[in-house]
Design a protein around this ligand. Structure first.
Ligand code: A3P
Length: 319
């Protein structure tokens, strides 16, 4: 048995060859269905590695999200909050895309397994893994989680743009109605989206002290209060003095879409390995509520709403 008390995983090749796959998104890899969710093999390999080798520290806070629901913003805010009085780290966001400031569980650990015990690392770890697929040590340690979700219609449109931004070769752009069909069937990276939301929603209901549940829309419309709550949850609350001096507003401005997207590192930098790195600018687009209306018909919107309503019914959660 490994560090998490689990039996050794089946070989990675075995999984990829025996589980359903879906290549409809035509980005850089096909999706593979494993443990109840769809995932690119590259991330799946990292996820399996993390499930077997990651040891959570009680002081870690996990920033959890499905793709395109606001995790870049959540990371930026969290990094800014925990480093605001730390001279050695307080310029991090000016020099690195938010994704590079903290450990990304299923991407980074496999590349550098000792990074988890680096003394200097920030007490933040990001993951797209569904709640049910998290390494056991996260569930069993006392560490907290923050989950951010977003209206599925906007999350889908954001994902469709992102998929165009990361596709390889000269694959033609994926028609939005084809992508929409896949998404509606739950076939998206770390999807089905409804299961992703449901897993963390239930966990937050059972243990609100441990799982802080956020919505991208609330963060946009009530930023200051949401950021203050986030800081409390991270264990770095703003003092009365800081509030009086406008520290919350300053931090919010630093992490705004407008500011981050205008930084050189986010305009022209790249994230990840040299040959398949992602241009940082694809992480920053409009950041609006309701942009889906510019891309989907009202019927498509209604269809996704109905699917979500049905899948989430009885949970007490609605979008
Ligand atoms: P849009 O594509 O709708 O503009 P993720 O960070 O999970 O990949 O989600 C990406 C979405 O968050 C994109 O939405 C992006 O524009 C938006 N976003 C990125 N940084 C942001 C920020 N600092 N503030 C608000 N929204 C942000």
């Amino acid at each position: 048995k490994d560090e998490n008390g689990s039996p050794p995983p089946p070989s990675f090749k075995e999984i990829i060859s025996t589980h359903p796959t879906e290549n409809g998104w035509k980005v850089f890899q096909h999706l593979c269905f494993y443990q109840g969710f769809w995932c690119f093999p590259l991330h799946l390999k990292g996820a399996m590695f993390a499930q077997h080798h990651f040891k959570a520290q009680a002081t870690d806070v996990f920033l959890c999200s499905a793709p395109k629901t606001g995790n870049t913003w959540l990371k930026a805010l969290s990094v800014a909050i925990v480093t605001r009085n730390d001279n050695s780290n307080n310029n991090l966001l000016l020099n690195k895309v938010p994704h590079e400031c903290i450990m990304f569980l299923e991407k980074d650990l496999i590349k550098n397994p000792t990074a988890q015990s680096d003394e200097g690392r920030l007490p933040l770890v990001a993951t797209h893994l569904p709640y049910t697929a998290l390494p056991k040590s996260i569930l069993h340690s006392g560490c907290k989680m923050v989950y951010i979700c977003r209206d599925p219609k906007d999350a889908f449109v954001s994902l469709w743009h992102f998929a165009r931004g990361i596709k390889i070769n000269n694959n033609p752009d994926l028609p939005i109605d084809v992508a929409f069909e896949l998404y509606s069937q739950g076939k998206s990276n770390f999807g089905p989206y409804w299961d992703h939301v449901l897993g963390y929603w239930k966990a937050s209901q059972e243990n609100p002290e441990k799982v802080h549940f956020m919505r991208y829309e609330n963060l946009l419309t009530d930023t200051i209060s949401e950021v203050k709550r986030l800081a409390e949850c991270l264990g770095y609350p703003f003092s009365f003095e800081e509030e009086k001096q406008g520290s919350v507003e300053k931090l919010v401005n630093l992490c705004s879409l407008q500011n981050l997207s205008s930084l050189e590192i986010n305009k022209n930098g790249k994230y990840g390995d040299a040959e398949r790195g992602i241009n940082n600018n694809v992480y920053f687009r409009k950041g609006k509520i309701g942009d889906w209306m510019n891309y989907l018909t009202p019927e498509m919107g209604e269809k996704l709403d109905n699917i979500m309503e049905e899948k989430l019914s009885g949970s007490g959660f609605t979008f």
